[in-house]
Design a protein around this ligand. Structure first.
Ligand SMILES: O=C(O)CCC(=O)C(=O)O
Ligand SMILES: [Fe+2]
Length: 329
């Protein structure tokens, strides 16, 4: 038995009051069946139609035969586990941003007075070579392992974009140079004594083109479908893909950016790596010209992605710090 002083913030045996989310956000029903989950798509079949349909109906799908080696996925997850399990001496919990990464330990960060049931690490990934040396260097293999992971995820995202562009009838070069993996967000959601009171992540839509999520065979992610939360099931070695706001706009609403949240579980933790594939900061985002006409007028106004990010604090409370590298490129 560990002594009290060694207990981590989630090991207190009860939910501290500051972690109890307001009633409107509390997960009411944690026994939702897994049967009606998001579509699972085999990328080996060049499934243009299936991707478009899932992106429209759910905004989410899982991909198999995605080309990201299993070892790369597992290595990345293992190095993240080591990172999150390190004892942190810095009791502020929020590591200064001089290195362009932001580590937010749940116990030290409350948004509007409420703590989420998770520890979170975020850093920019673009331009990759410039970013790598600024990432955490403990565990010592972090930079190498995560760089390999980001390169593979980028390849996958290009594959998915190619299919989406073909499916929508857009120029295959539409995303040339404007669709990098720009932000990585890793999470550790520990087991929680009372999941009905807490959340791992508030309901939100992603400010990306697409997000690729490695959920390491754990559950907890829920997607809003027809006003009800549905669970995202576990498919071994699959990756979860979701459509972000920016792609919804480019597609003039044909693909949808859908609300999702993370619920906690009593006996299991959840570890995830989300890679947000975002437009370049100077990119102008607007409905693709080829998709608008008199009968389908543009449903969104044009804007510069950088302005969107700044205005909406799209990368969370540390958006400015996280943007610095990309900005100085
Ligand atoms: O960790 C998860 O399961 C979800 C993460 C997520 O929604 C995000 O990073 O935008
Ligand atoms: Fe998200």
């Amino acid at each position: 038995m560990m002594e009290d002083k060694d207990l981590r913030w989630f090991e207190l045996g009860l939910v501290p009051e500051s972690y109890i989310v307001s009633k409107e956000y509390r997960p009411e029903n944690l026994d939702i069946p897994f049967s009606d989950s998001i579509p699972v798509i085999d990328l080996a079949n060049i499934p243009l139609e299936a991707i478009l349909k899932a992106s429209h109906d759910f905004g989410f799908f899982q991909v198999m035969n995605h080309g990201v080696p299993e070892k790369t996925m597992n290595d990345a997850m293992n190095v993240m586990k080591e990172f999150f399990d390190m004892p942190w001496k810095d009791e502020s919990g929020i590591v200064p941003n001089s290195k362009n990464w932001v580590y937010v330990k749940s116990s030290n960060f409350a948004k509007d007075g409420v703590h989420l049931w998770r520890d979170n690490l975020k850093h920019p990934c673009y331009p990759l070579q410039k970013c790598i040396p600024l990432w955490p260097n403990n565990p010592p293999t972090y930079q190498k392992v995560i760089a390999e992971y980001v390169v593979e995820i980028h390849k996958l995202s290009l594959k998915i974009f190619e299919m989406i562009l073909k499916g929508l009838g857009l120029d295959p070069g539409y995303f040339n140079d404007t669709s990098e993996v720009q932000l990585l967000a890793a999470n550790f959601y520990p087991p929680c004594p009372d999941p009905s009171l807490t959340l791992g992540s508030f309901p939100h839509r992603d400010p990306s083109l697409i997000t690729v999520l490695n959920q390491a065979n754990s559950t907890g992610l829920q997607v809003l479908k027809n006003g009800e939360w549905i669970n995202v099931g576990v498919i071994p070695n699959a990756l979860v893909v979701n459509i972000g706001n920016q792609l919804e706009i480019i597609s003039n609403g044909r693909l949808r950016s859908v609300e999702h949240r993370v619920v906690t579980k009593k006996h299991e933790g959840r570890r995830t790596i989300a890679t947000h594939v975002n437009p370049s900061p100077d990119c102008i985002i607007e409905p693709a010209k080829a998709l608008v006409n008199e009968s389908e007028p543009p449903r969104y106004k044009a804007f510069r992605y950088r302005d969107f990010v700044e205005r909406n604090k799209a990368f969370g409370d540390y958006t400015n710090a996280l943007q610095t590298v990309a900005r100085s490129s």
